[in-house]
Write a protein of this length. Structure first.
Length: 261
């Protein structure tokens, strides 16, 4: 059964998605982080949960990108943020049973960037991640990377698509797929990204109490993205989105939810 999906955002604080509900369930995880409301461009990332717009990179500099720490404004064309090298416009619409977010990034032709809908989800240890077809995955343990094709790679003996209880591990991965489903009990959240002529993927952040080292906590990120690396500075050809001669890149994020009877 498909459920109506509703969203709330905070344009004054980075355009952050503060709520994503379906059938009475809040999907976004939150964390008390006093720094979040007072950050300035260039500050280290302040992880308060929700969904952050990470662009033009996730890792590297600026930390989690240049848009999450800036004030956005509402305009006729949507929510707008002006960053050092680009202008990002986002228009979110609530349809009967979906949330559709259309994005446009304007910059100099040839500008390379990564974007991630950095969604941290409130999930039980029994939740699992599903993608269509074999999982072709770039795994990031210890800042290294490797491609794994076929079965889900394992971390600490657990397949990456399974969450489970806290085990003091933390791993990031990029999965080459435009769609991902998050199954938790009877509920499933579906996320997909479309971008003509640009590489798309889904980033996963499975932090089961392994990060940060000084005060670890549990957080699960499922992040549709443009590009297929966390850090654009480490990207090879084809690993990032590239602004064409028109000076604009457009893409769409669609979120739906279902529930088993």
């Amino acid at each position: 059964m498909r459920l109506p999906v509703r969203v709330a955002t905070d344009v004054a604080h980075g355009g952050r998605w503060t709520s994503l509900t379906a059938g009475g369930r809040e999907w976004l995880w939150h964390r008390d982080e006093p720094r979040r409301r007072v950050v300035r461009p260039g500050d280290p990332f302040a992880d308060a949960g929700g969904l952050e717009e990470c662009v033009p990179t996730v890792r590297g500099l600026p930390d989690h990108g240049d848009a999450w720490s800036r004030t956005w404004r509402r305009a006729e064309e949507g929510d707008v943020v002006e960053c050092l090298d680009f202008r990002l416009t986002r228009r979110i619409r609530e349809r009967e049973d979906a949330v559709v977010a259309d994005y446009t990034l304007a910059a100099e032709p040839g500008y390379r960037f990564v974007w991630a809908a950095h969604a941290l989800l409130d999930l039980s240890p029994a939740a699992r991640i599903g993608v269509a077809g074999p999982a072709v995955t770039r795994l990031y343990p210890d800042e290294g990377d490797r491609w794994v094709a076929g079965a889900w790679p394992t971390v600490a003996g657990v397949p990456l698509d399974r969450l489970g209880p806290d085990d003091a591990s933390a791993v990031g991965a990029v999965v080459l797929t435009p769609q991902v489903s998050v199954h938790d009990g009877a509920d499933t959240l579906h996320l997909s990204v479309e971008a003509d002529g640009q590489p798309v993927a889904v980033a996963l952040w499975r932090n089961l109490g392994g990060f940060p080292q000084d005060a670890p906590y549990r957080s699960i990120g499922v992040e549709p993205m443009l590009g297929r690396v966390f850090d654009r500075a480490a990207a090879d050809d084809g690993d990032t989105a590239v602004v064409p001669p028109t000076g604009e890149v457009a893409w769409r994020l669609t979120v739906t939810a279902t529930r088993r009877p």
